[in-house]
Design a protein around this ligand. Structure first.
Ligand code: RB5
Length: 149
């Protein structure tokens, strides 16, 4: 198991079941899943969980991250506040592939109230199987990073 196979997962209360489904799915593919919760279904605050997952990626502890909330939007916004994080919310596999290939996204966000389980797993697979193409896209990603936070 290499460090590049380590992935952090987190969510708010709206996506606990889908997070577990995603965890099982990618564990079966050989990923080392670092599931940082929450584990209980009480209402919670997505900024806390988005930030914690993003810090695990930004620190280098995890190569990639997947976060989930009701729409995927709030937890994505929280993750993107952490320097070095490029997190996109996706409801389709094409977008999930392209945020890796063109934007070098290191985190994916999914809305558990937006997509069904099968669609969510297709999105996850597309994200994990894609690779950054570099070249002109690296120039543009560097421009994003140069903007700071
Ligand atoms: C929680 O009700 C909901 O607001 C949250 O899961 C998410 O959709 C926010 O962006």
């Amino acid at each position: 198991m290499t460090a590049s196979k380590r992935i952090v997962l987190s969510s708010d209360h709206a996506a606990i079941a889908l997070r577990q489904t995603v965890a099982d799915h990618i564990s079966a593919q050989g990923w080392e899943v670092v599931d940082i919760g929450p584990k209980t279904p009480e209402s919670t605050h997505y900024p806390v969980h988005g930030k914690a997952a993003a810090q695990a990626v930004a620190s280098g502890d995890c190569h990639l991250g997947i976060v989930l909330c009701g729409t995927g939007q709030g937890i994505m916004m929280a993750a993107n506040k952490v320097p070095g994080i490029r997190c996109g919310v996706c409801s389709d596999a094409f977008s999930a592939r392209m945020i890796r290939a063109h934007n070098n996204a290191n985190m994916l966000s999914i809305g558990a109230r937006v997509v069904g389980e099968g669609q969510a797993l297709d999105i996850v697979d597309a994200f994990l199987e894609a690779e950054f193409e570099g070249g002109r896209h690296a120039t543009r990603v560097d421009m994003i990073e140069a903007q700071g936070d």
